[in-house]
Design a protein around this ligand. Structure first.
Ligand code: M6R
Length: 612
């Protein structure tokens, strides 16, 4: 939540910052601003709204210079308006600060600073940093000393970046909790919340760790210190993200591009994890934390939102294939329920971003009980990957759309393969059966492509749901989490109220909602619960409800009962949670577009939720 970018180098800072902020817009988009240091003077431009609005402001009131910082905001303290937009400056206009995270002791600091005569102009917690720094400069005239003293005084989770007109050849930073990276190119330095912001300009990067602080220079250098104020040497890594991974490449939205990338994501995972014909599943990452797996008898999966839905499917995979008792917790609840665990227990944390504060907190909770943690993350440099004993790389590639699509199906496939991997270790499934499942999994990319070719049908349906107020999604067994995920996807990007239910539960209350105005999406593909889903469809129909159904091609019954029906290719039931997600993602996307909603940046949301 919130995106930060900073630049020092020969290029015009305004355009570097705007490109960087646009790439970080998925982190927050309620207001944005930049500060530029030029000829000893700090100039700021801030605007409520999206980066486009800031760009319009800069067209009318340009800034010049080669050193600057920028910020795109997801409001925590204070309304999203121009006054609360970052950067925030001190009263003498010598310091400009951007910040991501929360300063937990900001009330106390604000009170002390007001007593000292500092005047606040915003409701943000960030502004205390600017005034505190100015105050520390009175006793510590070297800015680095003043900054270190400031860091000692503030509490919370943050990444901070600031300009100081008394040090015009440096941009300062500190991290404790919220992500921040340093980017390097010959004669240029960058800071950013995420690598896509500096692609393709920077060639190398370093992930700044919690407690580290320092400054960058215009010659492309970084000076780094740890929390004890000792200088450390960063080890840079090559950036291997191509620019086409962070651009729309002709698609109208990132979400649509990412939906269409799914077959290739599946291919990548399959090639890495199933590269032999012997039914062996590989988790080559040190990652898979292969110790003690023989005695593993209990798993807790913790995650949030879409990743929680992946966890619900993961539980069924792990119990069915590896026969390991698995519980799934919302990460935000796990820490409050004091779970009982012994040495035979593992926590699996699932997170696309690897930065979700709730999931991170659940990992700390697990570690406090000495439970080993394996995370499934799409970002190997993330806090969740670092705090876990080991991690599995989801291999979904950069996901920019706020609504998670390809990362979700990557979570599902990796969890399925991990369950299969454990089934081998625990001797639950024989080699021949494992080989059969592997062969079925190898068909997944082409089955996905076949499903994606039906997008146009769903686009036409979407026109009929522009005015719909409520949707219901029903699924059973492996498709119950798919129903929950279909409902979440629709509500987060189209703002239509939607609820997912287990088909069997429907008659215990929610069926009261059925009217001809409430479409009911029924996932009724061929599996052991097919007959039961037919009963659900009949029950809805008997009450005048409208049915949108997914069914297996060749089935003659469901299309006769449903008002809208989409045939899904024949596949192993284990693959249906992955395959069935695609039409539901497309439904959410096309309905959102038909309603003139912005699917990549739904209101009130941000992609990585770094506050609890
Ligand atoms: O990055 P994570 O997977 O940990 O994120 C968890 C949720 O915040 C996320 O899945 C959220 O629900 C998305 N907006 C879903 O599309």
């Amino acid at each position: 939540m919130c995106g930060i970018v900073a630049y020092m180098g020969p290029k015009a800072v305004e355009s570097v910052l705007l490109v960087g902020l646009t790439r970080l817009e998925y982190r927050g988009y309620d207001s944005a601003g930049i500060a530029v240091l030029n000829r000893g003077e700090i100039q700021t431009r801030k605007e409520q709204g999206k980066i486009k609005d800031l760009e319009n402001l800069l067209q009318a009131h340009p800034v010049e210079g080669n050193i600057g910082i920028g910020h795109t905001r997801w409001a925590t303290h204070g309304e999203p308006n121009r006054k609360n937009a970052h950067p925030h400056i001190d009263n003498s206009r010598k310091i400009a600060v951007v910040h991501n995270g929360i300063i937990e002791n900001h009330y106390e600091l604000r009170r002390e600073l007001i007593k000292e005569g500092y005047v606040f102009h915003s409701e943000t917690d960030t502004e205390v940093i600017a005034h505190l720094l100015a105050d520390k400069l009175k006793q510590h005239p070297q800015i680095e000393d003043a900054f270190y003293q400031t860091i000692l005084k503030i509490q919370g989770r943050y990444s901070i970046v600031f300009l100081y007109d008394g040090a015009p050849h440096r941009v300062f930073f500190a991290r404790d909790g919220s992500p921040l990276i340093y980017g390097h190119a010959s004669g240029e330095s960058f800071l950013a919340s995420d690598i896509p912001a500096i692609v393709p300009l920077a060639s190398h990067y370093y992930t700044i760790h919690n407690g580290e602080w320092g400054w960058i220079t215009e010659s492309g250098e970084m000076q780094l210190f740890n929390s004890k104020n000792t200088a450390i040497s960063p080890k840079l890594e090559r950036i291997d993200i191509e620019v086409n991974q962070v651009e729309k490449n002709g698609y109208d939205h990132f979400m649509l591009k990412e939906i269409y990338e799914q077959p290739d994501v599946m291919r990548r995972i399959i090639q890495t994890r199933l590269n032999g014909s012997d039914g062996k599943v590989l988790f080559p990452e040190k990652a898979a934390d292969n110790q003690f797996l023989g005695s593993l008898s209990r798993i807790f999966i913790t995650s949030a939102g879409t990743s929680w839905h992946a966890g619900l499917v993961g539980k069924m995979y792990l119990e069915h294939l590896a026969k390991i008792t698995t519980e799934v917790d919302l990460a935000s609840e796990f820490r409050y329920r004091n779970p009982i665990a012994g040495g035979d227990t593992k926590v699996i944390a699932v997170s696309q971003s690897g930065e979700t504060a709730d999931t991170l907190a659940s990992i700390y909770q697990a570690k406090s009980k000495f439970i080993r943690v394996l995370s499934f993350v799409n970002n190997a440099n993330s806090a969740i990957a670092r705090e876990s004993d080991a991690y599995v790389d989801l291999m979904a590639g950069v996901e920019i759309g706020v609504a998670s699509t390809k990362a979700y199906t990557a979570e599902l496939l990796n969890l399925l393969l991990y369950a299969l991997f454990l089934s081998g270790i625990k001797w639950v499934i024989g080699k021949t059966e494992r080989q059969k499942i592997c062969d079925e999994i190898r068909l997944l990319p082409s089955l996905m492509e076949e499903t994606l070719r039906k997008s146009e049908v769903i686009k036409q349906w979407a026109q009929n749901f522009k005015e719909t107020k409520d949707f219901i999604f029903l699924g059973r067994a492996l498709d119950y989490p798919t129903a929950l995920e279909g409902a979440l996807k629709l509500k987060e990007i189209s703002y239509i109220h939607a609820s997912g239910y287990a088909g069997g539960e429907f008659k215990h209350g929610p069926i009261a909602l059925v009217t001809s105005d409430v479409p009911v999406v029924c996932i009724a593909v061929q599996s052991e619960i097919y007959e039961k889903m037919l009963s659900n469809i009949e029950e809805v129909k008997a009450r005048g409800g409208k049915i949108i159904a997914l069914y297996t091609e060749g089935d003659k019954t469901v299309p006769k009962l449903a008002d809208y029906s989409l045939p899904m290719p024949k596949a192993s039931p284990l693959l249906y949670p992955i395959l069935n997600s695609i039409p539901l993602q497309l439904l959410a996307y096309h309905v959102a577009v038909a309603r003139n909603c912005e699917p990549d940046q739904p209101r009130n949301l941000a992609k990585s939720v770094t506050v609890e």
